[in-house]
Write a protein that binds this ligand. Structure first.
Ligand code: GRF
Length: 195
C-alpha cells in the first residue's frame, strides 16, 4: 500500500522537490500529504504550495517548549494519517513527542559520510578537515544529532579546488537521486515484511 509521508524542511527544499519529482515519475510510491516547516519564510513553502502539498508552518518561538510544538505537529500527522516522517533539511532535533509514536519511521539525509561531520555545515567541516572523500548518508532518526542507524551512504570525491558551493552542488546531486531510491527500497521491504 502506498505510504503517506510528511516531509519536514526548514530551508530551500531542493530535496523536497526531488522527492516530489520521484513521486510524479512513479519512481517513489508515496503520498506527500504534508510539509512541516519551522521557518515561515522558507522557500520550501513556495515549492509545496506550487505542488499543492498541504503545509503546517509554525514558529517555534510562539511555543513555550519543543514538546508543545511537537504536540501540534503530531495532531497534524494523525489527522493526515502519516505513516513515515522524512526529514529533508529540517534544522531541529526530533523530541520524544514524535520519536515515540514514529519509532523506526523517521528518516534523515545528511551531507557527509556519518559518523564524520555531524551537525551543521557538514560540507564546510569536510573541507576544513581536508578529506579527499565525503558524501551522503541516509539514516534513521534517534535522539541524537545525526546519530541514528545508517541505512545507506554514497561517497562523493572532494577535489583540491573545491569550494563549499562546488562541493555542495555535487553532494546535492547525489542526495536528490539517493533519497527517493532508498526510501522506495525501504517502503518495499517494510511492505513485504508486513504481508
Ligand atoms: C541537505 O544537504 C540535507 O542533506 C541536509 O540539509 C540540506 C537541505 O537542503 N540535511 P535542501 O533544503 O533540500 O536544498
Amino acid at each position: 500500500m502506498t505510504k503517506n509521508i510528511a516531509i519536514f524542511a526548514s530551508g530551500s527544499g531542493s530535496n523536497f522537490q526531488a522527492l516530489l519529482r520521484a513521486i510524479e515519475k512513479q519512481r517513489l510510491q508515496a503520498n506527500p500529504v504534508l510539509l512541516v516547516c519551522d521557518s515561515p519564510h522558507a522557500l520550501v513553502i513556495d515549492r509545496a504550495k506550487a505542488a499543492g502539498v498541504d503545509c503546517f508552518v509554525f514558529s517555534p518561538k510562539a511555543y513555550s517548549s519543543k514538546a508543545m510544538f511537537e504536540k501540534d505537529i503530531l495532531l497534524q500527522l494523525q489527522e493526515k494519517h502519516v505513516d513515515w516522517i522524512v526529514l529533508a533539511g529540517y534544522m531541529r532535533l526530533i523530541g520524544e513527542t514524535l520519536l515515540t509514536p514514529f519509532a523506526g519511521r523517521i528518516l534523515n539525509i545528511h551531507p557527509s559520510l556519518l559518523p564524520s561531520f555531524p551537525g551543521k555545515d557538514a560540507i564546510g567541516q569536510a573541507l576544513q578537515a581536508g578529506v579527499n572523500i565525503s558524501g551522503v548518508t541516509i539514516h534513521y532518526v534517534d535522539h541524537g544529532m545525526d546519530t541514528g542507524p545508517i541505512i545507506a551512504q554514497q561517497a562523493v570525491v572532494v577535489r583540491s579546488d573545491d569550494t563549499k558551493a562546488s562541493l555542495a552542488r555535487r553532494i546535492q546531486k547525489v542526495e536528490h537521486a539517493l533519497y527517493p531510491r532508498i526510501i522506495q527500497e525501504l517502503f518495499h521491504e517494510t511492505t513485504a515484511l508486513s504481508v
